[in-house]
Design a protein around this ligand. Structure first.
Ligand SMILES: C[S@@+](CC[C@H](N)C(=O)[O-])C[C@H]1O[C@@H](n2cnc3c(N)ncnc32)[C@H](O)[C@@H]1O
Length: 344
């Protein structure tokens, strides 16, 4: 059993300051692939990868954050060529994996979102609790949160905050941002947090009023919804029959996408005589268990695990689908952020 720390990686700079979420459940779901090759598409501090290597699997780690390289190097020293690391985005995990191995992939695991290391380093600009430049990029490319906050028009800002943060006061916050940036560009996390607090106030004992807006801006800057959908399709292409996909998400918007992706099936034919006949889509995934939540003993050690949901499924023998947002309920799908901010 995992004790919550036993899987952490030691480097010259110390132990990885990150506790893997739902590790026992992830290992259970990946059990059928343990004798084969597993792609860890969100390597982070390497907690899942190390536990999988300890259990005998071969692992390819993928991450877009160059700061995780030290953890990948430590695993290379410990496990030699059973472990490879590729820098990149998991939306391309099928192609990235081919760069390091032509072996069949038996499973893919994705632990979606921001790592506690990214949140804890003020200079990365993810946290409204720590002062730092308003950056929020997980990878090195693309526009920063400051670019978004200082250049997007009021309508787009409001739509982003509403769609990705589910923030009811999105319009008020967007207007306050526009008013403030007329005076001076907004360049730091605490400056933005302060503008939001001034605009909507703060309830004693409640969450910080900037929580939802910071989440929304981070999701937009890193195109997290688009990456998730593309990552699921990349896993569908990468895995053959009986290959396992395990996905851990941290909020309902993402979990809904994963659920619908696994369930997706067009109904068999259409009964309307005004519509052309549509053949039923074969199922690409077979669910192996119900969605899981973190156990009580994990929540005591790591309250962040409370919002995690794990879903897993195995590939059927049907050919992969073409990429599409249809039927997945992707929030903000119509915002076309790339067109406004430029592609990442
Ligand atoms: C929650 S952490 C993963 C922690 C890891 N499971 C562990 O046990 O240490 C998520 C990681 O995924 C990375 N990430 C997020 N979106 C990504 C994407 N689209 N492509 C590649 N890496 C991504 C982040 O940079 C971060 O390091």
């Amino acid at each position: 059993m995992n004790n919550g720390n036993g899987n952490q990686i030691e480097t010259e700079k110390g132990v990885a300051p990150h506790m893997s979420v739902m590790l026992d459940e992830v290992l259970d779901a990946l059990e059928p692939a343990m004798a084969g090759l597993i792609v860890d598409g969100t390597f982070g501090a390497g907690g899942y990868s190390k536990a999988l290597l300890d259990a005998g699997a071969q692992v390819i780690g993928v991450d877009q954050d160059k700061n995780v390289q030290q953890f990948a190097d430590a695993l290379n020293v410990e496990f030699g060529d059973r472990f490879s690391f590729v820098m990149g985005r998991f939306s391309e995990l099928d192609e990235l994996s081919k760069q390091v191995s032509d072996q069949k992939i038996d499973a893919v695991v994705l632990d979606i979102g921001v790592s506690s290391m990214q949140l804890d380093e003020g200079e990365r600009g993810f946290s409204f609790m720590r002062d730092g430049p308003l950056d929020m990029r997980m990878g090195a490319r693309g526009e920063s949160a400051a670019d978004l906050v200082n250049n997007a028009n009021e309508r787009l800002l409001s739509d982003i905050i509403f769609a990705f943060g589910e923030e009811k006061r999105a319009r008020r916050i967007a207007k306050a941002i526009i008013d403030a940036r007329v005076e001076a560009p907004i360049t730091t996390t605490l400056a933005l947090a302060d503008i939001i607090e001034q605009a909507v106030g703060r309830k004693p004992g409640g969450n910080h009023p900037a929580t939802r807006t910071f989440q929304a801006i981070r999701i937009a800057v890193n195109r997290e919804m688009d990456e998730l959908v593309r990552g699921l399709f990349a896993a569908e292409r990468a895995l053959g029959e009986n290959g396992t996909l395990v996905v851990v998400t941290f909020h309902s918007l993402e979990d809904r996408i994963v659920k619908r992706f696994f369930d997706a099936k067009k109904s068999a034919g259409t009964t309307s005589r005004h519509m052309p006949f549509e053949a039923a889509e074969p199922m690409r995934w077979r669910k192996i268990s119900k969605p899981k939540k973190a156990a009580e003993n994990e929540l005591m050690r790591n309250p962040r695990a409370r919002s995690a949901t794990l879903r897993s499924a195995q590939r059927t023998g049907h050919a992969p689908r073409e990429f599409s947002y249809d039927g997945l309920g992707v929030p903000g799908a119509k915002l076309n952020i790339d067109k406004i901010l430029g592609a990442v």
